[in-house]
Design a protein around this ligand. Sequence first.
Ligand SMILES: Nc1nc2[nH]cc(C(=O)O)c2c(=O)[nH]1
Ligand code: SF4
Ligand SMILES: [Mg+2]
Length: 250
Amino acid sequence: MQREQQRGRRTAGTVRLSEIFTSIEGEGVFFGTKTMFVRLAGCPLKCHWCDTPYAIPMDSGYAHTIDEVKEMISCELQENTYKVNFTGGEPLAQHEAVIELAKFVRKKGVKTYLESACYDSARFAKVLPYIDICKIEFKMKDARAVVDDKYYNNLLKNELECLKIATEAGKMPYIKVVVTNSTDVDEFSALVKEVFRVASPKNIAGFIIQPSHKTDEPVLERLFAFYDAVYPFYDQVRVVPQLHKIIGAR
Ligand SMILES: Nc1nc2[nH]cc(C(=O)O)c2c(=O)[nH]1
Ligand code: SF4
Ligand SMILES: [Mg+2]
């Protein structure tokens, strides 16, 4: 099929893919591991600091059949790959495709990982049984992921529900929050209280504070303020920048 014809199509049994590549995991508690990234195209959110804006439009990337993507994964798979990271865009926007592809990856003996903004807890619950390692991301208001407070409250509700679902399933998720110099410390502290109301520290694998990169970067004093808000609840909190940006990897 011609590339131009594939653009804009999103039909059952197909997946819109932005890119597949292997790199060093640059985020979260598994940073430094050789990882294959399967970037699905399309995201319903619009974080102003998004580092993959090309994957936000729902009609970005190209449509492929699931079998084509399985073949691409097989070709891309390098030895000693620690995990396959389903990212985006937003992988839950195509959750059925992620389930099929995650099953396939597991059959190859490689771990599956979900890099989601957790905007839809019902979809998250459907995908989770096929995911070995998961991260629960919380967006602060200054990310401007959604248009107004009504949508923000709904997003937060879904994120907290995903955290509950993942911990109750014994998945030992870790938490990640991207902060900028404009992130409100009181809002962050209130979020931390909510997080530890839902999850016990013994049921999470980490709490990552990720400083924004090249956009309104937080100064050290601000990072201390975020760190200090988490530490009394969870002393395994870490401030971890994006490693791939530092080493110049994809
Ligand atoms: N190296 C590398 N690590 C990553 N971790 C999460 C990524 C993402 O775009 O979701 C990403 C990415 O794009 N590259
Ligand atoms: S949720 Fe992720 S992919 Fe979507 S806009 Fe935000 S950073 Fe970009
Ligand atoms: Mg990303």
